[in-house]
Design a protein around this ligand. Structure first.
Ligand code: AMP
Ligand code: ZN
Length: 107
């Protein structure tokens, strides 16, 4: 998606503070953090929101969820953290590339 902000971050066209990357996903620091640690985890595949998932995405979404606690622990949140996925206009979603907010305060 050429006009998608997070696809541009994946492509390296817009800078980000990466904290994790593999073939399927990228995690980077939120530019306007609402917690001492605030990371966004996104699939490299452009999926607009949870409302746009298909059955083919089940394995990818499982990989993302398994990565959440590892990325959290690597960033000081081994004591616990909050996750949030804003979905659709009614859910307050501003960037329409599916992302998981990982937020917390290091213990
Ligand atoms: P949402 O409301 O769930 O769509 O959240 C979008 C999030 O993306 C917000 O928390 C923004 O602060 C964050 N954000 C927007 N632009 C950037 C950027 N260039 N780099 C990192 N985070 C961003
Ligand atoms: Zn995208």
């Amino acid at each position: 998606m050429s006009d998608c902000l997070f696809c541009k971050i994946i492509a390296g066209d817009i800078p980000s503070q990466k904290v994790y990357e593999d073939d399927n996903m990228l995690a980077f620091k939120d530019i306007r953090p609402s917690a001492p640690v605030h990371i966004l985890l996104i699939p490299k595949k452009h999926i607009a929101s949870l409302q746009d998932l298909s059955a083919d995405d089940a394995d990818l979404m499982g990989k993302l969820m398994l990565a959440v606690p590892k990325i959290a622990a690597d960033n000081g949140l081994s004591n616990g953290f909050k996750t949030q996925i804003n979905t659709g206009v009614g859910g307050g979603q501003e960037v329409f590339h599916l992302h998981i907010h990982i937020m917390g305060r290091p213990a």
